[in-house]
Design a protein around this ligand. Structure first.
Ligand SMILES: Cc1cc2nc3c(=O)[nH]c(=O)nc-3n(C[C@H](O)[C@H](O)[C@H](O)COP(=O)(O)O)c2cc1C
Length: 376
């Protein structure tokens, strides 16, 4: 009897150059203070890629009382993550940050495995990194056009290419790389963007004799979704919202609970002083903002290059930091479109097991299977 073994390919490891994560799952960097070494190390320990957010990290509750710089806090947080896990640790640094350059230098000097850079085009990023640095550079883009622009610039100026791209669609949490009018436009969905970014990465890979993987992000909730985007050409997925509702997430319990309690109609688009739309949870702060009752009293942080202080309805750093203070109603709570589907806070291990089971289930139902064949 010939037996063809029932085998539904498990998650494949994810490679960026010589860097290997056991799982094709990246925990998206979440500022301010939502993903620090606690969450990043827990994800890395389970085989995914854990990502520390560098945004205003020195002002987050863990570091604030010591009055240290964002750079020093980031260095300490990377070291802390390294002590807690031997897995892959990245850092998310927003291009729009006024200290983008020095945070990138710190991340690479501290041996971060990857820098993820979004909220702007990271055109000068390679110049902030030592030539012999092993840190991989991964731009977060919302179109194939943006991926092409970055790659052309890097090739011409720095003779290198991005190590991977994150293609992030408009269902993501946090700041969105789209105009407000594009967010619900069917021409700008992740399903439309991803193949474009994959095509650009494919051409670059061929011409540069390298392999540039693409990571899909934005609205990916279940193992079924992971299967779908891997089949659409991504080699890994980046998830933010799901990782907020984990015990290890660095946000306070009140922040996590606001996800569990949220309803679909509470999730809306707000205009951020960063100059980009963002997705947030309706709460007392948003209601006050809608009624024109918020204002940036003074600028204490000078954190965002594009912030129009005099015209902004609120200070983004203050609003995000307030949501860490334990009063989720009075701060800005960024969420992805699917936050309302979250039912509970669970451990990173439980979440990853759930995603894996769902992924395997999806593969089982999508793959034609011959359990055994009788030889004649
Ligand atoms: C609370 C929160 C904060 C975020 N902060 C950042 C950030 O500082 N920089 C960034 O590039 N992306 C940020 N993101 C986006 C995530 O890294 C991730 O790509 C995105 O949330 C993926 O979509 P999902 O939430 O639907 O999984 C944030 C997302 C959330 C939910």
């Amino acid at each position: 009897m010939t037996q063809i073994k029932k085998s539904f390919v498990d998650f494949l490891p994810f490679h960026i150059g010589n860097l290997v994560a056991k799982l094709p799952i990246i925990q998206g960097g979440m500022g301010v203070g939502i993903s620090l070494s606690g969450l990043a190390s827990a994800v890395a320990k389970e085989g995914g890629i854990g990502v520390i957010s560098a945004a205003c990290i020195g002002r987050t509750p863990r570091y604030e009382s010591r009055k240290i710089s964002d750079e020093q806090a980031l260095a300490e947080d990377i070291q802390r993550a390294r002590k807690l896990s031997a897995g892959v640790i990245g850092v998310n640094i927003m291009v729009a940050l006024t200290n983008f350059e020095s945070l990138c230098r710190t991340a690479s000097q501290q041996g971060a495995d990857i820098i993820f850079a979004g909220a702007g085009l990271p055109l000068a990023l390679p110049s902030f990194i030592d030539k012999d640095s092993k840190t991989k550079l991964v731009p977060i883009v919302s179109s194939g056009k943006a991926a092409t622009m970055i790659a052309r610039w890097w090739k011409e100026k720095y003779h290198r290419l991005p190590d991977a791209f994150v293609a992030e669609g408009p269902m993501a949490g946090g700041h969105l790389g789209f105009k407000s009018s594009q967010i619900h436009d069917p021409d700008y969905t992740l399903d439309k963007i991803l193949p474009d970014v994959c095509a650009v990465a494919g051409e670059l890979s061929q011409s540069g004799d390298v392999h540039i993987p693409v990571i899909a992000a934005g609205g990916i909730f279940s193992g079924d979704d992971i299967n779908r985007y891997l089949e659409l050409g991504a080699e890994a997925v980046q998830m933010g919202t799901r990782f907020v509702a984990t015990t290890e997430c660095d946000a306070p319990d009140s922040f996590k609970q606001s996800y569990v309690d949220s309803k679909q109609e509470d999730i809306l688009i707000v205009q951020s002083p960063v100059g980009m739309p963002g997705r947030a949870l309706k709460n007392s702060f948003i209601k006050k903002m809608e009624q024109g009752e918020t204002s940036p009293v003074s600028c204490r942080y000078h954190c965002i290059t594009s912030c129009k202080r005099s015209k902004s309805a609120y200070c983004i750093a203050d609003a995000l930091l307030r949501s860490l203070s334990g009063n989720a109603q009075e701060g800005l709570i960024f969420v992805g479109t699917n936050a309302w589907r979250i039912q509970k806070v669970q451990s990173v291990r439980e979440l990853i097991k759930e995603l894996k089971d769902e992924y395997l289930q999806a593969r089982r139902s999508n793959t034609p299977v011959f359990e055994s064949l009788e030889s004649i």
